[in-house]
Design a protein around this ligand. Structure first.
Ligand SMILES: Cc1cc2nc3c(=O)[nH]c(=O)nc-3n(C[C@H](O)[C@H](O)[C@H](O)COP(=O)(O)OP(=O)(O)OC[C@H]3O[C@@H](n4cnc5c(N)ncnc54)[C@H](O)[C@@H]3O)c2cc1C
Length: 391
């Protein structure tokens, strides 16, 4: 490409020299190891342990764990830049790693000192996390969850079930939301607890066969008289909803970075292809109708990526009431991922529909980005209703 557009966009996140160096290593890893393995993992649907090991080889779990607990915490912008690189190479691997962050960040932000000392060093060394909110009857309206937490001496007894849980089959640590039995069934009863792998009464009931993200496990979990120590509770009984909303403010920009990785990969592949492919004696890129399409995609990519770094900056500066900005970012990034992947397939013509080319996988991987972490209908609602004046 002859334009410096993307180089300048990549220079936008205010990374320290140390963070830039890490991002360089992640880019090399993504290009040389993760991307070449992505098609095979997509075909076989096996969990990409090699990729997870390579990511941990660079110490990437440590980058969000504070030093006091065995990590080497870097900025949120650096984390997002890494999510985007890994997801562009293999969206399954990207969401597996990002899910660790989604599950563990609330522990870093809201856990007790004892919990952090006990659990975080394992995460820094590469333990996998899962965030369990969705239930079969409670998706977009998470407050309708039915999973019950019943206190019993020094333990909490958990009964219920969760569905569609990323990393559900491989996680070492689950951040689980449910309702505190003594507080009734309303949203004020929502509470949060960390469940460790192997807890008695926790079972993995089902693994989904999916359209995309085929190497990332998506599981139904059952909790039958499952016991965890009360010491694993995050916050107090009834504080779960505010913990959940705070967690989503950091996980939504993260899934947006993941979606933007897919969007970039699709745009990059499409541009490379139509610069080579010829019809009617010209390269496809020379047709003006195609240039208009590229112009719209590139403009939206540039705007959306700029917004990504804006939101990252807010979070790095400690601004917490960023729900609307995070929703805007998730909405636009995921719609763009789907559009860029669809147009990339279109620009490849019939070859785009064939599994030999990456754009076919990108299209399948893009769709879920509009559904998870709040569907885009829900995000439009959240943004729109923020303008209702309080009377
Ligand atoms: C691959 C995958 C991975 C996932 N990973 C996780 C995970 O790690 N952890 C987790 O907790 N969950 C996870 N999920 C669940 C995901 O977040 C939910 O699927 C999503 O929130 C939607 O819930 P639902 O599927 O029950 O759809 P529903 O809520 O039943 O929605 C169905 C449709 O109705 C629309 N709709 C619903 N309510 C409204 C409304 N008020 N106004 C307008 N339209 C509305 C929705 O937008 C959607 O189009 C995952 C799902 C998948 C498929």
């Amino acid at each position: 490409m002859s334009t410096p557009l993307f180089d300048r966009l990549d220079a936008l996140p205010p990374l320290s020299p140390e963070e830039r160096q890490l991002l360089d290593s992640v880019q090399s890893l993504a290009r040389d190891e993760i991307a070449p393995r992505a098609a095979e993992y997509d075909r076989g649907g096996d969990f990409p342990w090699e990729n997870v090991a390579a990511i941990n080889g660079l110490g990437l779990n440590a980058m969000f764990v504070p030093e006091a607990y065995g990590g080497a915490a870097l900025s949120y912008a650096a984390y997002l830049a890494c999510v985007r690189e890994i997801s562009a190479a293999c969206a399954s691997t990207g969401i597996i790693w990002a899910t660790n962050f989604h599950a563990v960040k609330p522990l870093i932000d809201f856990g007790t000192e004892e919990q952090k000392q006990r659990l975080l060093p394992r995460v820094a060394e590469g333990a996998l996390g899962a965030l369990a909110i969705t239930e079969p009857e409670s998706g977009s309206d998470a407050t309708g969850m039915k999973t019950r937490f019943t206190p019993d001496g020094d333990d909490i007894v958990i009964d219920g079930g969760k569905t569609f849980i990323t990393n559900g089959d491989v996680a070492d640590l689950y951040l689980l939301f449910g309702k505190w039995s003594e507080l009734g069934d309303g949203r004020g009863a929502i509470s949060a607890v960390y469940v460790e792998k192997g807890a008695p009464g926790l079972s993995i009931l089902r693994k989904e066969d999916k359209l995309g993200h085929r190497a990332s496990g998506t599981c139904t979990l059952g909790f039958d008289n499952c016991r965890v120590p009360r010491a694993n509770m995050l916050g107090a009984p009834g504080e779960g909803l505010s913990l959940l909303l705070a967690a989503l403010n950091k996980s939504r920009p993260s899934v947006a970075a993941h979606a933007l990785g897919i969007a970039r990969a699709a745009f990059h592949d499409a541009v490379a292809y139509i610069n080579e492919r010829r019809q009617s004696g010209r390269r496809i890129v020379e047709f003006q109708g195609i240039q208009f399409l590229l112009a719209d995609l590139a403009t939206d990519l540039a705007m959306c990526e700029s917004w990504l770094w804006h939101v990252a900056g807010l979070i790095d500066r400690g601004v917490s009431d960023i729900g609307v900005e995070a929703s805007m970012l998730k909405l636009r990034a995921s719609d763009l991922a789907m559009r860029a992947a669809t147009e990339a397939v279109q620009l490849y013509g019939g070859y785009g529909y064939i599994k030999d080319y990456r754009v076919e996988r990108l299209l399948r991987d893009a769709k879920i980005t509009q559904i998870w972490e709040g569907t885009n209908q829900i995000h439009r609602q959240l943004i729109g209703r923020s303008f209702i004046a309080r009377r």
